[in-house]
Design a protein around this ligand. Structure first.
Ligand SMILES: Cc1ncc(COP(=O)(O)O)c(C=O)c1O
Length: 492
């Protein structure tokens, strides 16, 4: 398209558009020429100068702004705390409220800065593999959204094979699985159930769901799990006191570490007390070459979000007794009798896992071995880098055990560490935006179980006082682990 010279966009000598600078028309009227010659040259020089001055001005203004914010914050922080007087309604004393201390403002600022510079390191976050989404999409594509379906069947088979048991029922949670286990072995109102004290409350709560009473037993020092000797003493004592034996024993593999199951099994067999294995965090662990999840009359697993594999939320009940697992499935689906209408002869529960979540589980089972390897490698790294610090202790794997090292846990004895406590460690990590957590607070110290009998010699208390779980997720990077180690080392 033809253009007269005056219609064309004006360009400087370097080809840059003068229109963009917004001075083209002004330049033309000032110097009387639009193109070429001295006028054009002077206009170019002037425009460059104006731009340069504008740039310097912006830089100076921004510098002032930054300086003003910094000085203002510092001056504010230097002020003493103050109180605000609240207007008093007639006949009332005036009230006071503490205004936020300036230091608080600074600490919020520092937390904000921390979040940007030091991204959060979680204790144990979900870690999906390549196929979970595919299984979930399959459930959607085939409309197997409703409670049961092929993924539930497949996940149950995968679990049974992995643990070397004949039957598994996929359920809504590990807690639901424990509840059903207690029902299946006949625990009822008025009974007593012996339970490891050093554990999560979900191990013990279902005892109370059944109207039974928990009796807590201490840990041994090597694996931190149920102490077989104390267990035996507790059984004898309860039988002498009540004239009847406990209705069940619950043993836990704490943080994935197998308990001393041989002696526990022998004791339970001797007294003919059903044994329930809480393997909530021990999928992938082994004891004497047998998988955790296969070491008792009934075993439970959890697929809660922080576990070694997760289905977002879920659990499973495993056993070689087909009748028990069939009955568990029946109770978990509202105990519906075989009739065309809804008929019930027993109280039921809504405890089944959905087909969609079981799809996640199937994908997670494909990566279980890799997850175990990653967590064991984290443990080895921590042990190598922190092992020589004074006062540090570890949850030891016995020669006949293989732990999935779900969480790497340490103890810190202040008598040997120069007074540094596990709480010092936890707070230092927290300041750096790193999540760690004290070991479980034993059940016999929990207000809700204050009345429950306890057998032990203070091992669980000591573990709680001194123990800390370190970040252990299989998705942690080498940089994350280095950061954790650096913070801990800096305290010694
Ligand atoms: C030792 C132990 N038992 C039982 C449970 C209960 O499992 P869920 O959260 O799936 O109900 C957990 C879960 O964290 C656990 O750690």
């Amino acid at each position: 398209m033809d253009q007269t010279p005056d219609e064309r966009p004006s360009r400087g000598r370097d080809g840059s558009s003068a229109l963009l600078l917004g001075h083209s028309q002004q330049g033309a009227s000032l110097f009387g020429q639009r193109h070429g010659g001295v006028g054009d040259y002077l206009r170019f020089v002037c425009q460059t100068l104006v731009c340069a001055i504008g740039l310097v001005d912006h830089v100076v203004r921004f510098g002032h702004l930054v300086a003003a914010v910094l000085l203002g914050t510092l001056a504010f922080a230097a002020l003493p705390a103050y109180r605000l007087e609240l207007p008093a309604p007639p006949g009332h004393e005036p009230g006071f409220v503490d205004a936020p201390h300036p230091g608080l403002v600074l600490s919020k600022f520092s937390r904000f800065k921390n979040k940007i510079l030091n991204p959060k390191i979680w204790l144990s976050s979900p870690h999906m593999g390549d196929n979970e989404l595919r299984y979930v999409q399959e459930a959607f594509a085939t409309n197997w959204i409703a409670p049961l379906g092929p993924h539930v069947d497949g996940f149950e088979k995968d679990l049974a094979t992995c643990c070397g048991v004949d039957h598994a029922a996929a359920l809504s949670s590990g807690t639901a699985a424990l509840h059903l286990a207690l029902i299946l072995v006949g625990v009822k109102a008025g009974d007593e159930v012996l339970c490891q004290s050093m554990t999560f409350s979900a191990s013990a709560n279902p005892i109370v769901y059944q109207g039974a009473a928990p009796v807590f037993v201490d840990s041994e020092r090597q694996t931190w799990n149920l102490d077989p000797e104390t267990l035996q003493a507790a059984i004898e004592d309860r039988m002498a006191l009540r004239g009847s034996k406990p209705a069940a024993v619950i043993a836990v593999h704490l943080y994935g570490m197998p308990a001393q199951m041989n002696r526990i099994q022998q004791t339970c067999q001797h007294y003919k007390i059903p044994l329930i294995e809480d393997a909530a965090s021990a999928l992938g662990s082994r004891y004497r070459n047998q998988a955790c999840g296969s070491l008792a009359d009934l075993s439970i697993l959890s697929f809660n979000g922080n576990k070694i594999i997760t289905t977002s939320g879920g659990g499973a009940l495993l056993s070689n007794h087909e009748d028990w697992i069939r009955q568990a499935r029946f109770l978990a689906t509202q105990a519906r009798d075989a009739a065309p209408h809804y008929q019930h002869s027993q109280i039921g529960y809504n405890y089944r896992m959905s087909n969609v979540l079981a799809g996640i589980g199937r994908g997670q089972m494909e990566v279980l071995d890799a997850r175990v390897q990653a967590r064991r490698a984290h443990y080895a790294f921590y042990r190598e880098r922190l092992g020589s610090l004074p006062g540090i202790g570890w949850q030891e794997e016995a020669s006949d055990s293989y732990s999935n090292r779900w969480l790497t846990t340490i103890t810190l004895d202040p008598a040997l560490s120069g007074g540094i406590t596990r709480e010092d460690l936890r707070l230092a990590l927290e300041r750096d935006n790193i999540e760690s957590r004290p070991l479980w607070k034993p059940m016999h110290l929990q207000p809700v179980f204050a009345e429950a009998p306890f057998y032990g010699a203070g091992v669980a208390e000591e573990l709680f006082e001194q123990g800390l779980c370190l970040p252990s997720g299989s998705n942690l990077t080498q940089g994350d682990l280095e950061r954790v180690v650096r913070i801990i080392q800096s305290l010694f």
